[in-house]
Design a protein around this ligand. Sequence first.
Ligand SMILES: N[C@@H](CCC(=O)N[C@@H](CS)C(=O)NCC(=O)O)C(=O)O
Length: 212
Amino acid sequence: MTYTLYYSPGSASLAVHWMLIELGVPFEAKLVSIDAGAQKSPEYLRVNPTGRIPTLIVDGKAHGESAGLLMLLAERHPEKKFAPSPGAPGRADWLEMMIFLANTVLPAKRDWFYAQTDGDPADADAVKALARRRIEGAWDRLDAHLADGRTYIMGSELTAADFLATMVMRWSRNMPRPATAWKNLAPYIHRMRSRPAFIEVNDREGLTDWRN
Ligand SMILES: N[C@@H](CCC(=O)N[C@@H](CS)C(=O)NCC(=O)O)C(=O)O
């Protein structure tokens, strides 16, 4: 079972790249630099017509959406237990968390970073203000979630939700109030950043900031 990941450093591909390393499965990583505009190149648009990162080739077919890819990888490699199996205790909470991160946090992040280009630049400040409110609201919710001293987002087990949550928290590092400003998020982030696979993915993508 081998995969090909199209990634751009630090983008929405990061959680997928990280999870592939955690899984220890063979994969090829192909750089599509957003800084260079490569996501709009004809070659990449042939792979993923949305022009967005990431794309993962699974059994010869291209798929996007980081959260969906994490869920798919968890399902394809159940021995790693990166998702509670259907019917297991914790499954509903895990699904709820994955959808919260995908449905609330990821779109707010998109608005924060792309308000100028996705919409009318004249509206960008208002869009960003609402995005910031949503993002900080998410940090409040996750901070309360971690207040019981749990190690990982879902409790004592590392799951795909941790890769997604940590990635979106990383994206707040240059925001007015980064996720590290929240009492219970700060030690969680420190813990996740100390994982060898997180260090490895940062090294492979050439990311130097937001490391322990
Ligand atoms: N919901 C999508 C978001 C994908 C997305 O917006 N990716 C950004 C990078 S973080 C991208 O491709 N940006 C380049 C562009 O929009 O031109 C996911 O999580 O995969």
